[in-house]
Design a protein around this ligand. Sequence first.
Ligand SMILES: C[S@@+](CC[C@H](N)C(=O)[O-])C[C@H]1O[C@@H](n2cnc3c(N)ncnc32)[C@H](O)[C@@H]1O
Length: 355
Amino acid sequence: MHSRSRRRTTKYFSHLEFKMLLRAGSGGYEQPFKSSACLGRTKASMTRLPTPHQPVLPEDCLKLLDPRPGYFYFDGTIGTGAHSRLILESAPGSIVFGFDRDADALRIAESNLSEFESRVILHHDDFKNWRHYEMPDRPFGGCLLDLGFSSVQIESSGRGFSFSRDEPLDMRMDIRHGRTGADILNELPAHELVRIFQEYGEVPFSRRLAAEIVARRGRRSFARTADFLEAIFTVAHPHRWHHPATLPFMALRIAVNGELDGLDVFLRDVAAAVTISGRVVVISFHSLEDRIVKHTFRSLAPRGSEFTILTKKPIVAGDEERANNPRSRSAKLRALRRDPRCSNCMLPRRNDEVH
Ligand SMILES: C[S@@+](CC[C@H](N)C(=O)[O-])C[C@H]1O[C@@H](n2cnc3c(N)ncnc32)[C@H](O)[C@@H]1O
C-alpha cells in the first residue's frame, strides 16, 4: 500500500507525454487570444508596435463611466490603453492618469495613445500607490479598473503567466521587486502553499500539490513553468472544464502580485476622490476580487448615503463578445456613482441604472 502510493506521487512524465500534455494545455482549455499580433516577436519590437487589443465590455464600461469633457479620469490598469482610448475619444479635453505595474504595458499604452499627447499622464506603479504622485487639484470625473492581467502579458511577456509556454516562472507584473512564482514555490512552507492554492484558486488538490512541491524542491529548485506543470500533473485530478493547471497557476499569480491586497481600501479612497455624479467602474475576473468590489460598494452605498450602486447585479459579456474575446468570459463589471451628500439636493436622475 505504502509503496503503491509512493509510486503514484513520484510519477514522472516521459518527454513525449509531457509535450502532449503541454499541447493539451494550449489547445484544449486555455483559449488562444485573438489579439496575437505580438506573438513571436522580441520584446523590443513588440513594444514599438501598437498592439491590437479588445477592451472587455467596452459599451457598458463607457456608458457607466459616462466620461465628461474636460474632466480628469483615473485608469488604474491602463494595459494597452484600449479603455483609456474610449474615454479620451468620447470626452474631448479630458485627461487620463494611467497606472500600470508592467513597464512593457506602459510602453504599449504610450505608443497606442501617442495621438492624445499631453492628455495622458502615465505612472509605472501599483494603482494603490496613487497618493504618492502629484494628482489633479480637482476631483476625478471617474475611475476605471480592469483588473488582472492582459492578453499581451500572457502571449509575449516571457514571464510565465501561461502554462502553455515553457518560460521562467516569474509571474511578476512589476519585475523591479517582489518574489517570483519560483521563489514562492521554493521558499514557502507547505502550509502557506496550501493556503495560497486553497484561498486564491480553490484548487481541489491543494494539500497534495503543496506536498509534491516540497518533495520536488528538495531534489531540484523550481525555475520554469514546466517544473510547476510537472508537479501539478503528478497530483491533479482530471477536470471536465478546467485544465488542471488553470487554478494553481492563477492562485500563484495572485499570490506573487498580491492582487487582492488593499483593493477595498483603494476603492474607498478613490470613491471619495471622484466628483459629484462621477463613477467608479471595476471589471474583475476572479470571484474573490468581485466579492471585494461588491462588498466595498455595498458598504459605501447604504440607503441615504452619498453613493449609489449602478449595477445591482454585475454586468457580464453577451454571447457575441464571449465568442470573439475569450477573456471576457469571466469578466464582471460593477459601477458606483457619487451623489450629492445632501439628500434634498437630488441631482436629476440619469437614465443609466442597470438592473
Ligand atoms: C486586464 S489588463 C488591462 C487592459 C486595459 N484596460 C486595456 O484597455 O488594455 C490589466 C493591466 O493592469 C495591470 N495591473 C494589474 N494590477 C495592477 C495594479 N495593482 N496596479 C497597476 N497595474 C496593475 C496589469 O499589468 C495589466 O497591464
